[in-house]
Ligand binder design. Structure first.
Ligand code: 28F
Length: 642
């Protein structure tokens, strides 16, 4: 008896220390305490529901954002087991919520969970990082409830009443002393849950935002699974074949793939391991790519589709215009890479490769018209690649003859240390002139661009090298493009797009961003791309220092502040800036370029799927969805068009 009590206490102490560690260093467990980490709290709980769905017991998940930023998640699975462990006297449910890594530990031998990757830290971490958590479980004929505050049990599992249903419901309020914000972004959550629903065929996920007067609701259930996913990704693109190619096998581990080609020039392959988006790819992607290259080359040769002078098609040729989703479920995934989103398990490559080899070869034999459409595109990609190579060599040879490989229009900075250097890509010659005069030439370079910019969404790589608008950008950045892009070679740590705050400025900004997204994506992923924010207004009065306002809200705020100081609107001079060109070099430096006073917006790409959708819409061929997008987002467009 003595010993027993001692053990019990030790167990408790360990639990508290565990969750205390989570509160001390939350970033270690949830990635960050920004809005990203906040969203992970929700994913963590929903992942548990999805695991129950994958086990075959849960059909519906309902997520609600309640007023006060309370999150509620409910599933109709079996309910977390409520039985009390005879030794610890703690219920299985309480263990899941108070013992660190409980989920993973159980998973190791019970085979219940396949996850445990990027998040997969378990419900106990969510509990530790919440002001309060409330769990309700229906199973074994009863409704049970337990409550926690900052991870500590304040109400042990209690049977409240009888119940014939089964399932688990969790409500929690994230701790605002830990997270920078509690303002969940509905669209981000919605996108992730849509993705989860695609990845788990037949699972219904409903998400509601009840925080504002007008509630929002999204309801996802896809009987087609990955087929529906690819159709969704391609909804605004012109398809080369009507139905996605679908491959599904449960060999050593489950593999599911859907493929559909479009007329676009980009490659869109999304890969998942245990429903986690492996942004950095890995062995599953490797296996898929190898098989794709081999099967199409074999088929082309067997059917004599390649001409004498055509060499083998490269992987890039064969992936031009592809949209694919690859999803594997692996027991013990090894995640590598900078953001731990690259699958490392070496055994996966061969399994995926041989599976795709077999199924895809069979598909092409049975669908010769689809094979022909795809191969015609690959062959023209190969010819364009050859033309691009020639164009590139021409550029190289030409620049070898000249003394410098830098574009003539570039006013470079004197420092050669990329970490401190910045390049401003400036629209228009006159603004370029002011920027050149206003800059700090030690670390700021200026590259003026003018005239009509190439829309890369409608052009192939061969048009990009040698293009007189884009080539200076490629040379100035200094790291190449496409598959050859090498982030370690960039000449500037900050690539800053500085364009007018009007429609034309918005257009050139979008064109440049599209170019970076399609041809220098690591530059965006690495956080090197920025948008300069020139002011929209200047308020001035004799004897008062000029005040610059960057938004309409900003202007209203300044008016109010000045009013409190007894200065009325009609005493103030208001200048509305139409373009960068209206500012003299000193003003441009002070408002837009001086690191001490400027506002820079970092371009981030949290969601590649969303980014692809937007660029396809804004820059692609289809007019109707573009109009819809602009109408839907009209308020943003209006903001730009002042
Ligand atoms: C709203 C959040 O967390 N749902 C969950 C289950 C079901 C089981 C379970 C969860 C396995 C071995 C501990 C039930 N019956 N929704 C959820 N539903 N966890 S979490 O088991 C947890 C571990 O013991 C469950 C039989 N096996 C598993």
């Amino acid at each position: 008896m003595e010993k027993f009590e001692h053990e019990y206490r030790a167990e408790q102490i360990q639990v508290l220390e565990g969750l205390e560690a989570v509160r001390k260093r939350p970033g270690m467990y949830i990635g960050s305490t920004s809005i990203r980490g906040l969203h992970h709290m929700v994913y963590e709980i929903v992942d548990n529901c999805v695991d129950e769905a994958l086990a075959g017991y849960c059909k519906n998940i309902h997520i609600k954002l309640e007023p006060g930023n309370i999150v509620s998640v409910e599933d109709d699975g079996r309910g977390i087991p409520v039985d009390i462990h005879p030794k610890t006297k703690i219920s299985a449910a309480e263990t899941v919520y108070t013992v660190l890594h409980a989920g993973g530990k159980f998973g190791g031998d019970s085979g219940y969970k396949v996850s445990g990757g990027l998040h997969g830290v378990g419900a106990s971490v969510v509990n530790a990082l919440s002001k309060w958590t409330e769990v309700e479980i229906q199973r074994d004929g009863g409704l049970f409830q337990m409550k926690f505050e900052k991870g500590k049990t304040v109400q042990k599992l209690t049977r409240l009443s009888d119940s014939k249903k089964t399932g688990t419901k969790v409500r929690f309020l994230a701790d605002d002393t830990i997270f920078e914000t509690l303002d969940y972004d509905f669209e981000t959550l919605e996108n992730r849950f849509r993705e989860m629903a695609f990845l788990t065929k037949g699972l219904r996920i409903v998400v509601e935002d009840l925080r504002e007067e007008t509630p929002k609701k999204a309801d996802f259930c896809f009987e087609g699974g990955l087929i529906s996913f690819v159709e969704y990704l391609n909804k605004n693109k012109e398809k080369l074949h009507p139905k996605p190619i679908y491959i599904e096998k449960n060999g050593e581990f489950p593999v599911e793939i859907a493929i559909q080609y479009t007329t676009s020039y980009s490659e869109n392959i999304y890969t998942f391991v245990n429903n986690i988006n492996t942004v950095e790819g890995g062995t599953h992607l490797e296996g898929f790519k190898r098989a794709l290259t081999k099967v199409f080359n074999d088929y082309a040769k067997a059917k004599n589709l390649l001409k004498e002078k055509d060499n083998n098609l490269t992987g890039d040729d064969i992936r031009e215009g592809i949209t694919a989703v690859v999803s594997v479920k692996v027991k013990e995934p090894q995640f590598e890479g900078q953001t731990k989103t690259k699958l490392g398990n070496s055994e996966v490559t061969g399994v995926v490769q041989s599976m795709v080899n077999e199924s895809l070869a069979a598909f092409l034999e049975e669908n010769p018209q689809v094979a022909k459409n795809i191969l015609e595109k690959s062959i023209s990609a190969a010819r364009a690649r050859e033309a691009a190579r020639k164009a590139r060599e021409l550029v190289r040879r030409k620049s070898a003859l000249e003394t410098t490989t830098l574009p003539g229009k570039l006013a470079d900075c004197s420092s050669k240390n990329p970490e401190e250097c910045e390049v401003y890509i400036v629209e228009g010659d006159s603004a370029g002139g002011s920027a050149k005069q206003g800059r700090d030439r030690k670390f700021q370079a200026i590259l003026p661009l003018w005239g009509k910019m190439l829309n890369v969404e409608k052009a192939r790589a061969d048009k990009i090298y040698g293009n007189d608008k884009l080539n200076p950008v490629i040379l100035a950045v200094g790291a190449g493009i496409g598959a050859e892009f090498d982030i370690t070679k960039i000449r500037y740590g900050k690539v800053i797009i500085m364009a007018d705050a009007d429609v034309d400025g918005a257009h050139i900004r979008t064109l440049l961003l599209t170019f970076f997204f399609r041809y220098m994506r690591p530059l965006i992923e690495n956080g090197n791309v920025y948008l300069a924010q020139p002011p929209l207004y200047k308020l001035s009065k004799k004897g008062m220092e000029d005040i610059y306002c960057y938004t309409d809200e900003d202007l209203e705020k300044q008016y109010k502040v000045l009013e409190e100081r007894g200065i009325t609107r009609d005493q103030l001079g208001l200048q509305r800036y139409k373009g960068l060109g209206e500012m003299n070099p000193e003003q441009l430096w002070e408002t837009t370029m001086n690191p001490e006073t400027r506002i820079l917006v970092k371009v981030t790409m949290d969601d590649a799927i969303k980014a692809d959708e937007i660029f396809t819409l804004l820059m692609g061929d289809d007019v109707n969805p573009r109009r819809e997008f602009i109408e839907k987002n009209a308020k943003y467009v209006k903001n730009l068009d002042i």
